[in-house]
Write a protein that binds this ligand. Sequence first.
Ligand SMILES: Cc1cc2nc3c(=O)[nH]c(=O)nc-3n(C[C@H](O)[C@H](O)[C@H](O)COP(=O)(O)OP(=O)(O)OC[C@H]3O[C@@H](n4cnc5c(N)ncnc54)[C@H](O)[C@@H]3O)c2cc1C
Length: 428
Amino acid sequence: MNIAIVGSGPSAFYTTQSLLREDQDIKIDIFEKLPAPFGLVRYGVAPDHQKTKNIIRLFSKYLDEENVAYFGNVNIGKDVSIELISQLYDAVIISSGASLDKELILEGDNYKNLFGSAEFVGWYNGNPLHSKLNPNFRTKNAVIIGNGNVALDCARILSKSKEELYQSDIMDYALDTLSTSAIENIYIIGRRTPKEAKFTISELREMGELKTFEPKVNYNKEDLEKILNSGELDTKVKKNIEVLLSFKSNQKKYKKKIIFKFLSSPYKIVSKNDQTHILLKKSVVKNNNIVVTNEVENIEAGIVISAIGYKVCPIDGLELDPTKNFFANKNGHIKNNIYTNGWASGASVGVIGTNKIGASLLTKKVLNEVKSKKPYASEKIKEFLKQKLIKFITKDDWKKLDKIEIDLAKENFTRAKLADLKTIFKYL
Ligand SMILES: Cc1cc2nc3c(=O)[nH]c(=O)nc-3n(C[C@H](O)[C@H](O)[C@H](O)COP(=O)(O)OP(=O)(O)OC[C@H]3O[C@@H](n4cnc5c(N)ncnc54)[C@H](O)[C@@H]3O)c2cc1C
């Protein structure tokens, strides 16, 4: 059996793991549009969460398998068409994630210090597609829109000092730019109530452990207690509310604040005389429904980051579902011998481990439905890429780059990621 996997994030590697468990003779070629493997584990997970990134060790073990080949810097849909890859392999699995920001619709949103979290997170994590972003932190207020962990990641990176980022692999250029920061207030804005927030407990707790910022919660203590005592609360929600309550009674007196604002819907950005404001419509809870009112709040916002979720980057030859957030598929089947899993196949939610179940289910489906009949395609693909003058990165190249990145790390940091293609190819 001869399988192509498009993407090299958690879904790709959990699929590789499942496939090899089912059949040791399967030949797997992994195609990744970026030079380096590991998807959002490398470019999404926050640089100060190195323990989470340890999963890379497991993925590297599968990358090392004899039957697994790696083609980095190869964009499927552009460098190699879906038609060709589908012809050459018994099955193609699209594990290409969801790398684009869902659009934040604001009136007057052509403000240039507004970033989607995919690009902002990509910037501090050294994603070659976003390494040239130029955020300006010489401003008093930052506004982050969204109530999930990505919003918390962005707030944490904005609020940590260089020392607090020791033992991380944050990009050097990001540290330099962050060192110019004049940010004193980081607003985290949610449209709904704390009950609906998607934070996870450990990430939320970290907001109370920062060295120079303290968390403030703009929500009545009594209303938080009401939620807590409302019964039938999900444990995760209960813990979040308890943490938010503990923030309300914190005794710190730091000048710099992370301010949680709930029931606030951003709808407009206004820039005038070098100052930008974001306008929010306040909501109220009436009979368990959230109702947007005409009461407007105005926050000065020198930098705005929208962390409201992700959608797939389209691939020529594959249809999107009606929401345009993922590839149209039926239980993982797209068409012919093409399948999908992970964030490419449905709503982009869930942690790294969540993708393991999907990978295992899809593996069973593919092995049930696809018959092995095609010769191994690696050599043909290599020839094709060479003819098209597409420089691809092999797994030996990656091993070399991996070592170089670790060797280049500055004192107190774990790795200096290479984010520039020219530099990468200079090393190879
Ligand atoms: C900012 C952020 C922080 C997160 N932090 C955590 C965390 O701390 N802990 C946790 O458990 N989970 C975290 N998650 C969730 C976790 O990262 C995802 O569950 C997981 O990465 C999804 O895996 P995936 O393989 O489906 O997609 P991805 O990880 O996105 O991998 C997809 C890969 O496909 C590649 N690709 C895309 N298109 C093409 C193409 N046309 N050709 C070739 N390759 C292509 C992409 O470059 C990418 O490398 C975070 C997510 C985000 C967005």
